[in-house]
Design a protein around this ligand. Structure first.
Ligand code: MN
Length: 292
C-alpha cells in the first residue's frame, strides 16, 4: 500500500494518480495534533489496515493536493554515514569522516524539524558561498517500538520505505567546520516522499536501484545491495543505543555521486518500487542572523 500525508496532514491511500482520504478512520482526538496522525496510524496499523485497504471514497487527484512529508513528525531521524564504499573519500577534505564506514561510526542525527514533503522546497541560506550537496538515500520508516532488536528480527519492526534526500552543507576545509548535525538540519534539508510504501510492497530493501538527477542530468545511480551496513544491521546498531519509535526515519546512507545544488535547481530522486519525486531548490528570502 502507498500512504500519503496531504494538505492539513490528512491521511490518504494512493492508487495510481488518486489519493483516497481515510482520515475519518482515525480518532477525532488527533484533529488537534494532525501532524501526529501518521504516527498513530503506524502504531495502530493492524487494527486499521483492512479498512484503509478497502477505502474507496474521498478521492482526489494527487496533482490537486499538497503532499506533506509521509512521516511528518518522527521522534528521531537517524542517518548512516559512510555506507557505500564508492562514496568513501569522494569529497576529500569537504568531510570530517575520512574513509570510516557506518559499521565503525554508527549513526548521526538530523533534526526532525528539517523533514519536508515533495510539496515544499529545499531552502538554502540566502547569499551563502558554501557548498550544499544532495545525497540520494533509501529511508526506512519504523513500524513498532524497537529496543535492542537483533538484525535477524529487524524486518519485523519496519513499516515501510520512502525516498529521502540528505541535504548537506559541506565543511569549509580552510574555514568553518560546523558540527554535522547542524550542517544537515537546515529547514527543508530532509525531504522524504512522495509516499510511504509499506514493507510488503517493497520486499527485500537491498534489491533496489536508485537514481538522483539535477536539472535532468544524472548525478547518482546505485543499487542498495552495495550498502556496507544493511537495513537489518542498521536497526540492530541504532536500537542497541536507544528505542526506535513508530514513524521514526532511518536514512541508509548515500552512494557515490554526491554533488552541489544551487537555488533554481530541480532535483529528481527515484528508487525502484519506492517511488519518485521532484523537488525545488530555493534560496531563503532573508539573510539569517548568523550567515553561512
Ligand atoms: Mn547521508
Amino acid at each position: 500500500m502507498k500512504l500519503a500525508v496531504f494538505d492539513d496532514y490528512r491521511i490518504g491511500v494512493v492508487r495510481g494518480d488518486v489519493v483516497h482520504d481515510v482520515t475519518h478512520l482515525l480518532p477525532d482526538a488527533l484533529d488537534v495534533v494532525p501532524y501526529e496522525r501518521m504516527n498513530w496510524l503506524i502504531a495502530n496499523w493492524f487494527a486499521l489496515a483492512d479498512d484503509v485497504a478497502a477505502a474507496s471514497g474521498g478521492a482526489h487527484p494527487v496533482a490537486a493536493v499538497t503532499l506533506r512529508a509521509c512521516s511528518p513528525r518522527p521522534s528521531g531521524v537517524f542517518a548512516l554515514p559512510g555506507n557505500y564504499a564508492a562514496h568513501l573519500g569522494e569529497i576529500g577534505r569537504m568531510t570530517v569522516s575520512g574513509k570510516r564506514t557506518a559499521d565503525e561510526m554508527g549513526f548521526f542525527l538530523k533534526a526532525p524539524a528539517s523533514v519536508i514533503g515533495p510539496g515544499e522546497a529545499i531552502l538554502l541560506p540566502k547569499g551563502s558561498q558554501r557548498r550544499f550537496d544532495h545525497e540520494c538515500e533509501l529511508a526506512v520508516i519504523v513500524g513498532a517500538p524497537a529496543f535492542e532488536v537483533p538484525a535477524e528480527q529487524a524486518a519485523e519492526v519496519v513499516f515501510g520505505y520512502t525516498c529521502a534526500v540528505d541535504a548537506t552543507m559541506r565543511i569549509d576545509p580552510d574555514g568553518r567546520q560546523e558540527d554535522r548535525s547542524m550542517r544537515k538540519s537546515f529547514a527543508g534539508f530532509t525531504p522524504i516522499g512522495p509516499y510511504l510504501v509499506t514493507a510488503d510492497e517493497v520486499g527485500d530493501p537491498h534489491t533496489l536501484t536508485s537514481h538522483l538527477s539535477v536539472n535532468d542530468v544524472e548525478r547518482q545511480s546505485a543499487h542498495t545491495s552495495n550498502m556496507i551496513v544493511n537495513v537489518w544491521r542498521a536497526i540492530e546498531i541504532i536500537s542497541s543505543v536507544l528505542a526506535l519509535r513508530p514513524g521514526d526515519l532511518i536514512l541508509t546512507g548515500t552512494p557515490e555521486g554526491v554533488g552541489p545544488i544551487t537555488p533554481g535547481d530541480r532535483l529528481e530522486i527515484s528508487i525502484e518500487r519506492v517511488g519518485a519525486m521532484t523537488l525545488a531548490i530555493r534560496e531563503r528570502p532573508a539573510l539569517s542572523p548568523r550567515t553561512f
